[in-house]
Design a protein around this ligand. Structure first.
Ligand SMILES: C[S@@+](CC[C@H](N)C(=O)[O-])C[C@H]1O[C@@H](n2cnc3c(N)ncnc32)[C@H](O)[C@@H]1O
Length: 286
């Protein structure tokens, strides 16, 4: 193997940008700067004649090749910021998205919850950001993916939330006692229609877990499956929040209403689309 030659920051950005552009990566200059920063530990806004060490140049070569193969930047950095907190990420769990932050921000504008259920917790982003903000709350995060739960477990530790977050391997609520226990349920289910998965960006299609994406033939399979049992686990007056594809919002609202959801309203994403749904459940007797 040839030893990578020492490069200036400017030349490194220029070279990385060209490779990323050729690979079809969006915003190649910005990404090239980020990769130079990641490889070198230097601020990539340093004077462009700053020299990279040969080790940093070698790391950069590997990172650029991975990004040019369309591996997401968050997998290379092994972290993603969500609600101002640092979450560890890997290919085992969905990378937390800004759309999901809109749902959490809407909850922060309302009263704190005490017992939270996060269905399909992934990295734990939704549950752990709520627990971080609401010190008196406790919560349960379930996921069918044991690999995703391992990532969530590392985030519980990194965020110092031991003792307040319980993580369980479960097919939705299957492993939980069907008793009215929770005053808030949050759920970002897989909601991509099976026939649309092939049209997603390679970063998502080829690197994020299919279990986190595939919502079945109409995108609503998960919610349809989990709602009947979920409603038995909510205290009277509990809230439930779901993320969805804006095109599926009406269908999700109809399903929620069928299962007793009331005061259904929409949480818009940053582009003003109907990304989140919030409903109140009066309880089985209500
Ligand atoms: C879209 S991801 C959401 C991850 C995380 N809540 C977030 O918002 O970043 C959906 C999650 O649901 C999980 N999941 C899919 N089917 C499931 C099932 N039957 N039971 C429990 N979890 C499931 C996936 O493993 C994945 O972690």
């Amino acid at each position: 193997m040839t030893r990578p030659v020492s490069l200036t920051v400017g030349a490194a950005i220029h070279r990385a940008q060209a490779l990323l552009r050729e690979a079809g990566v969006d915003g190649p200059r910005r990404e090239a700067r980020l990769l130079v920063g990641l490889a070198s530990g230097l601020d990539a806004f340093l004077p462009t004649d700053t020299r990279l060490s040969p080790d940093a140049a070698g790391r950069l070569e590997v990172l650029v090749a991975r990004r040019a193969a369309r591996e997401p930047y968050a997998h290379l950095a092994e972290e993603r910021e969500f609600m101002g907190l640092r979450f560890l990420v890997s290919g085992a769990a969905l990378i937390p998205r800004p759309e999901t932050e809109c749902l959490i921000e809407a909850l922060f504008r309302d009263r704190p919850a005490r017992h939270i259920l996060d269905l399909g917790t992934g990295t734990g982003a939704m549950l752990l950001s709520l627990l971080d903000r609401w010190p008196d709350a406790r919560g349960v995060g379930v996921d069918r993916s044991v690999a995703a739960l391992a990532v969530a477990g590392r985030n519980v530790t990194a965020l110092g939330l031991h003792g307040r977050a319980l993580l369980l391997a479960s097919d939705w609520t299957g492993a939980l006692r069907a008793a009215p226990t929770f005053d808030l349920a949050v759920c970002n289910p897989p909601y991509v229609r099976t026939d649309e998965i092939g049209t997603l960006d390679p970063e998502v299609r080829d690197y994020e877990p299919r279990l986190a994406l595939d919502g079945g033939s109409d995108g609503l399979d998960s919610v349809r499956g989990l709602l009947p049992r979920l409603v038995r686990m909510l205290e009277p007056g509990a809230r439930a929040v779901f993320e969805t594809d804006p095109r599926l919002w009406e269908g999700l609202a109809a399903l929620t209403e069928q299962h007793g959801g009331r005061d259904i309203s929409c949480i818009p994403d940053l582009a003003g689309r109907r990304r989140g749904l919030i409903a109140r459940f009066p309880g089985l007797a209500g």
